[in-house]
Ligand binder design. Structure first.
Ligand SMILES: NC(=O)c1ccc[n+]([C@@H]2O[C@H](COP(=O)([O-])OP(=O)(O)OC[C@H]3O[C@@H](n4cnc5c(N)ncnc54)[C@H](OP(=O)(O)O)[C@@H]3O)[C@@H](O)[C@H]2O)c1
Length: 212
């Protein structure tokens, strides 16, 4: 599959490398493609471009930019380039204020998530929340002593969630579908919980598992 990844940070690079390992073609999108030259030299085969080039390239698109800039990045990608496509939303609405005792602050409330805002602003795209509550090093082929971790997903478009479930299954995740976009109000704050051991004890390698 051709996967367009909007972003140039740790998440975009980790997911790009993982997608290529699993046989997909990738393009990374950024405002300044030149800054990815070194990374591309080490990851041959990856393409880079503008946000618009990348959204146009992707049969599936992954949004991996700073939460506060997500809407701007999608505007630059172009609503037309996103229309009818699955958009995996990895972002978290992290506020600029520093964490308090390791607890991050969000700029959203429990009554409205970032993904719902993006879905309202770009109604033609099929957003699916995923990858937001695990560290980038564990996003593809996670290896934990406790077994396969759980990826919580949600979104309004069933076929999009099915496509994302297939990808996550290939990447070594158990998938827990939490329903429609409103579930992002619960999934996004898992990032706050996930980061606490990191801020308090420098423990950044763990993942959630849903037991039944
Ligand atoms: N780091 C992790 O392990 C992790 C884990 C789970 C989820 N997440 C979430 O994943 C997302 C990406 O995280 P990250 O750590 O890889 O990178 P990041 O530092 O949060 O974001 C970097 C990206 O944001 C873009 N950006 C920043 N300001 C922008 C603006 N004004 N307009 C357009 N684009 C802008 C940058 O674009 P340019 O390339 O143009 O500079 C760059 O691609 C975040 O929402 C984060 O909360 C992170």
């Amino acid at each position: 599959m051709k996967i367009g990844i909007l972003g140039s940070g740790a998440v975009a690079k980790s997911l790009a490398a993982g997608c290529m390992r699993h046989g997909h073609a990738v393009m990374l999108g950024t405002r300044t493609p030149a800054k990815l030259e070194d990374w591309v030299a080490k990851n041959p085969g990856a393409k880079t471009g503008t946000f618009a080039d990348t959204a146009a390239f992707g049969e599936l698109v992954i949004l991996a930019v700073k939460g506060a800039a997500a809407a701007d990045a999608l505007k630059a990608a172009g609503a037309g380039n996103l229309s009818g496509k699955t958009v995996i939303d990895t972002t978290n609405p992290i506020a600029d204020a520093p964490p308090v005792n390791g607890v991050l602050k969000f700029f959203t409330t429990l009554d409205d998530s970032l993904m719902e805002r993006l879905q309202r602003e770009f109604p033609g795209a099929h957003f699916v929340k995923a990858f937001n509550s695990v560290g980038n090093v564990s996003m593809v082929d996670p290896a934990f002593k406790g077994g396969k971790p759980t990826m919580f997903i949600c979104g309004n478009h069933e076929a999009a969630k099915k496509a994302v479930t297939g990808l996550l299954d290939d990447f070594g995740w158990e998938v827990a579908d939490m329903g429609a976009a409103e579930a992002a109000r619960a999934i996004e704050p898992l990032c706050i919980l996930w980061c606490i051991p990191g801020f308090l004890r420098q423990d950044w390698v763990h993942a959630f598992k849903l037991l039944s």
